[in-house]
Design a protein around this ligand. Structure first.
Ligand code: NDP
Ligand code: 2IT
Length: 443
């Protein structure tokens, strides 16, 4: 079978799931030669099996809002691949959540988790629930209703969810509370837990820090560092916040942040008290990034994305397909030398092509943002040990994991003096999963 025949078959089976097909196509393009060279993988139909989730769970989530009105959302858990360990991956609460979106995220998660070298399979879940504008009580009731079905499908050795867009410490707390009550068990069934009840230090910071560590490794291959670099970041949630902090620590200057309403441009840098303001604005008051521009009298671009701001490094940290080909061209034209993806699949396939053609340092999400799930893996280890590591210990382990992921990408992605990190991440991630699937037989 040829690659396009294979993709046509996948398309015919997954109609109306464009993001899933986009994620599959990118991975399959990279690994096709590996499969062609390995009759064992071909005979065992590893590719045909790997694009099919082991299990998809969809359920009704009814709850009552503050006005006493009944609301109905849809809940999902995609248990995609358990070759390397229990299903592991986040939960996303956002009105744009569909089966196709979660399948793309679950599929990416398989290879990302493999790259961390920790024993974790791939999964993802969530709901079309919109936490924006909801009271704390409404969020709690929704999380409880969601967990009152999800609990039967998960467990510390089965499937271990965590956060993603719209799911942070507050939501994990409410869901953990409900799981504990129903099961009468205190276990590490979720990660991203509070530090007083089983959470790992550095988990909140991990994805953003990791994406910056990955960028630092890429920059080192060119004899460069973050010192003195201008950095453009999208998003202003968990990943963007801690990416900003780490860039500041490494001597770079972050000049933009955004949310789904627009972006702010602060040429003096978002640091110190200004960074604290963002943390409070987004995590406590749950306000809009526009307020930063009002407070500090800087530019705010309503409805805009920050990619036309001149920078050395770009860190997309908001959502999928948030950076298109025109924007990729603008970044390259403006002298950007490095893109490290904190978000999952933020660059469109056309944008990725432009980065690769121009041979800039481009770290795809499944490698660059793996620090989050890696530290979730470290949280699971600590829960099993019934012990907590210090902040320094966890950050050092995270840093080592990101350096190792970078090494794996270089090993499998080197093309002369250029490193194709897309190919490197896909091939390195795939080989381990494929070998494990072979070992386990046809299941
Ligand atoms: P948060 O919910 O904390 O923040 C999301 C940010 O992205 C917000 O600023 C949000 O703006 C913005 N955003 C969300 N959807 C859109 C959209 N459709 N258009 C424009 N902006 C949007 O989520 P995280 O920071 O946790 O996640 C950000 C990205 O990182 C996601 O792609 C996620 O999958 C990925 N990721 C997260 C990990 C984690 O550990 N949390 C791990 C690995 C990857 P607004 O408030 O207006 O919605
Ligand atoms: O996309 C991701 O890797 C995450 N949202 C984190 C998953 C996890 O289990 O920590």
């Amino acid at each position: 079978m040829k690659l396009d025949e294979f993709m046509a078959k996948v398309k015919s089976k997954n109609l109306a799931q464009p993001e899933f097909l986009q994620a599959v196509e990118e991975v399959v393009e990279s690994i096709w030669p590996v499969v062609e060279e390995n009759p064992r993988f071909k005979e065992a139909k590893i590719l045909e099996r790997i694009v099919e989730p082991e299990r998809v769970i969809m359920f009704r989530v009814p709850w009552v809002d503050d006005q006493g009105e009944v609301q109905v959302n849809r809940g999902y858990r995609i248990e995609f691949n358990s070759a390397l360990g229990p299903y592991k991956g986040g939960l996303r609460f956002h009105p744009t959540v569909t089966l196709g979106i979660l399948k793309f995220l679950g599929f990416e998660q398989i290879f990302k988790n493999s790259l961390t070298t920790l024993p974790m399979g791939g999964g993802k879940g969530g709901s079309d629930f919109d936490p924006k504008g909801k009271s704390d009580n409404e969020v709690m009731r929704f999380c409880q209703a969601f967990m009152s079905e999800l609990f039967r499908h998960i467990g510390p050795n089965t499937d271990v969810p965590a956060g993603d867009i719209g799911v942070g410490g507050r939501e994990i707390g409410y869901m953990f509370g409900m799981y504990k009550k129903i099961k009468n068990e205190f276990t590490g069934v979720l990660t991203g837990k509070g530090r007083n009840w089983g959470g790992s230090l550095i988990r909140p910071e991990a994805t953003g820090y990791g994406a910056v560590f990955f960028a630092e490794e890429m920059l080192k291959t060119k004899g460069e560092s973050f010192q003195g670099k201008t950095v453009v970041i999208s998003g202003s949630g968990n990943v963007a916040q801690y990416a900003t902090e780490k860039v500041n620590q490494l001597g770079g200057k972050v000049v933009t942040l955004s949310d789904s309403s627009g972006y702010i441009y602060d040429p003096d840098g978002i640091k110190g008290e200004k960074w604290e303001f963002v943390m409070h604005l987004k995590n406590v008051r749950r306000g809009r990034i526009k307020e930063y521009a009002e407070k500090y009298h800087v530019k705010y671009v309503e409805g805009g994305r920050p990619w036309d701001i001149k920078c050395d490094v770009a860190l997309p940290c908001a959502t999928q397909n948030e950076l298109n080909d025109d924007e990729a061209n603008t970044l390259v034209k403006n002298g950007c030398i490095c893109v490290s993806e904190g978000a999952n699949m933020p660059s469109t396939p056309e944008a990725v092509k432009i980065f690769l053609e121009n041979k800039i340092l481009y770290g795809p999400g499944k490698a660059a943002n793996a620090g989050g799930v890696a530290t979730s893996g470290l949280e699971m280890s600590q829960n099993s040990l019934r012990f907590n590591w210090s902040r320094e210990e966890v950050e050092e382990k995270l840093h080592d994991i990101m350096i190792n992921i970078h090494k794996q990408c270089v090993k499998y992605g080197k093309e002369g003096d250029f490193v194709n990190y897309v190919k490197g991440a896909n091939v390195a991630g795939f080989i381990k999963v494929a070998e494990a699937m072979l070992d386990h037989g046809v299941v």
